[in-house]
Design a protein around this ligand. Structure first.
Ligand SMILES: [Fe+2]
Ligand SMILES: [Fe+2]
Length: 196
């Protein structure tokens, strides 16, 4: 099994009929394939963390339905991102290697703390995307550069601005009533990318 996994990670797909994925492989460096797999796993990690956040805010002793809705949407978006990259990996003839997802933080002291964590996580994801874009440039892979630019870079910046706005608004409204009103507001928004 270990041999199989190692060979798969190196791009040898000649087992179990998966050799077909190699037929159209062209100008796709193994370093890019590895970093794309890391990106898929980062998106799935974020998906899992947002899901944990969503159901933390659904607890009866927290009861913030607006925050619950916001993080449910964010979790679904991260899964979409992971699947978009998986689809792309297959188009390039790479091998998708999923890793185990780390245990997410289960609960947060406040809505503000959760949003600050979300922003930090998004900035880490964005840094990894930027590093992936740099690598694709070094490996002379314009198709990968274009895929990252067209599908991820602007959306990340837009989402980070939304989170930064929410953090500032909550900082200004820090008491029980402010938190309650902010949650009502979150219930009416359409997620991190609602204004696209
Ligand atoms: Fe993402
Ligand atoms: Fe995101």
């Amino acid at each position: 099994m270990k041999f199989f996994v190692e060979k798969m990670s190196l791009g040898f797909c000649g087992f179990f009929g998966r050799h077909f994925c190699q037929v159209m492989r062209q100008n796709f460096a193994q370093s890019c394939e590895k970093k794309l797999n890391d990106q898929i796993n980062m998106e799935l990690k974020a998906c899992h963390q947002y899901l944990a956040m969503a159901y933390h805010f659904d607890r009866a002793d927290i009861s913030s339905p607006g925050m619950h809705k916001f993080f449910i949407q964010a979790s679904a978006e991260e899964r979409e991102h992971a699947e978009k990259i998986m689809k792309y990996m297959n188009k390039r003839g790479g091998a998708i290697i999923l890793s185990s997802v780390p245990e997410p933080i289960p609960c947060f002291q406040s809505s503000l703390a959760a949003l600050k964590h979300a922003l930090q996580m998004e900035m880490e994801v964005n840094q990894h995307l930027l590093d992936l874009h740099t690598l694709a440039g070094k490996e002379s892979d314009p198709n990968l550069c274009d895929f990252i630019e067209a599908n991820f870079l602007q959306e990340q910046v837009d989402g980070q601005k939304v989170l930064a706005d929410y953090i500032r608004q909550l900082e200004r409204a820090q008491n029980e009533v402010g938190d309650y009103l902010f949650d009502k507001y979150m219930g009416a928004t359409s997620g991190m990318h609602g204004d696209k």
